[in-house]
Structures are given as structure tokens and as C-alpha cells.
Design a protein around this ligand. Structure first.
Ligand code: CA
Length: 238
């Protein structure tokens, strides 16, 4: 059975979510604070399949929670509930490690559709018997990205990727050799069109460099294009 953890301090909203998700066959647990969520998520044997995380919580907020979860190496699919009209929340959520977001107020049917999407992605990664429908790999300079498993192999190590890290890599790879602007990345990868702070993009690039580059401070694959954005080079030559 799929276990969903809902972190939401608005009781009526949490109850509504629980009722509807249980009706769809999910096993649901609700907590009201970030601290309670971390107590359930951080143990290595934590057994939740999906996380629905409100941003505005008493005590630790949703950004702090997802950030700690990711730092602990837990790659549970996470959807954040953000306040409408706050694109900076959306970006901060993704930069902290969220996989998807939904602005409040939302339709329940939209939420369950998003959760199905996240779960589908996760089931590809955990299915050991049958391979995913289509292999989806990209290999460059001795590194391999597995877009189904959300993993990057480099220097003999395997780095788990969040969905958004994988989406950003895919976008950069698709434009291999060309400069892409931060604004274009925001629009195409995150679907954020408002004029907003693009710094979260830089945080993503810093993380991706730690996975990809031999020397993250002297990148050869993920290059900064001053005053513009970034450029991906699969094979920078010697
Ligand atoms: Ca709240």
C-alpha cells in the first residue's frame, strides 16, 4: 500500500486531504509541524512513498523540512503546497529539493493527479523485476545520467537526483553547446513566467556541479556564461 505523509497545520485541509487520499486507497498519516515530519522521515528505515508538505508551518517551515530530508539522503517524492502568487516560494521549494508544487487553494483532483505523476516516476525507480518501458540514459565524458532511475553516475559514485535536478540537466543537455538564460530555464524547466529572482537556479547549478565536475570550482561541463546564464558541454576536450 502506498503511504503518504501529509504535513499541514490547517486541520480542515489536512482532514480533507486524508479523507480523499484514503478513498483512493492510500495509507495516510498527518502531522502538523515540520519537527514531527522530520521525526518520521529522517530515520533510515522511514517507509513513506510520498510527501505532501505545506510551506507555512509553525516552527520549521516546509523549506527547512525538505532541505533536511534531502541532506539526509532521503529521496522520497515531495510535493509542496505554496501560497498563490509567490513564485519565489516555488523556486525556493525546488531549490530546497521539492519535486513538484501546487499553489493554494487547489482542486483536490489536481493534487491527486500530481501525486499519481510523482508516484509513477518513483515506481519506475523501485521496480526491480521489469525494466521501465524505455531506457532513458545520457552518457558523456564517462558520466551517465539515468533519467528513469533519477541517478547520475560519475567518478565511481552514484548520485540520486531530484526530479527537478534531472529536468534541469535534460534541458541543458538538449541545448548542448549553447548558452541558455536563467529566465529561459525558469520558464522551460519550472514553468515560472513571472519576473522573479533567478538565484535559485544558481543553487541548482552549484549542486549539479558537485555531482558532475571533477573540480566543482573549475567547471568544464557546466559553464557560467557571464551576464547570460549557463552552457553545457558534453565533451569539453582536453
Ligand atoms: Ca500552513
Amino acid at each position: 500500500m502506498t503511504r503518504v505523509l501529509i504535513v499541514e497545520d490547517e486541520r480542515h485541509l489536512a482532514d480533507g486531504l486524508r479523507y480523499n487520499l484514503e478513498a483512493e486507497g492510500y495509507e495516510v498519516e498527518v502531522v502538523e509541524t515540520g519537527e514531527a515530519a522530520l521525526a518520521l522521515l529522517l530515520p533510515p528505515n522511514a517507509r513513506f512513498d510520498l510527501l505532501v508538505l505545506d510551506v507555512m508551518l509553525p516552527g520549521k517551515d516546509g523549506f527547512a523540512v525538505i532541505s533536511e530530508v534531502r541532506h539526509a539522503g532521503q529521496f522520497i517524492p515531495a510535493l509542496m503546497l505554496t501560497a498563490r502568487g509567490r513564485p519565489e516560494d516555488v523556486l525556493r521549494g525546488f531549490a530546497s529539493g521539492a519535486d513538484d508544487y501546487l499553489p493554494k487553494p487547489f482542486e483536490l483532483s489536481i493534487l491527486t493527479a500530481r501525486l499519481h505523476g510523482l508516484l509513477r516516476r518513483n515506481q519506475w525507480t523501485s521496480r526491480t523485476q521489469s525494466p521501465p518501458a524505455a531506457a532513458d540514459f545520457f552518457t558523456f565524458s564517462g558520466r551517465t545520467i539515468d533519467f528513469n532511475a533519477l541517478e547520475l553516475q560519475a567518478r565511481g559514485r552514484t548520485f540520486p537526483l531530484t526530479l527537478m535536478e534531472a529536468n534541469l540537466l535534460r534541458y541543458l543537455i538538449r541545448h548542448e553547446g549553447k548558452s541558455v538564460t536563467r529566465k529561459a530555464m525558469l520558464e522551460e524547466v519550472w514553468g515560472v513566467r513571472e519576473d522573479t529572482d533567478t538565484r535559485p537556479i544558481d543553487n541548482f547549478i552549484v549542486r549539479l556541479r558537485r555531482y558532475i565536475e571533477d573540480e566543482p570550482s573549475r567547471p568544464r561541463h557546466l559553464l557560467t556564461v557571464r551576464g547570460v546564464g549557463y552552457r553545457f558541454l558534453a565533451d569539453p576536450g582536453m
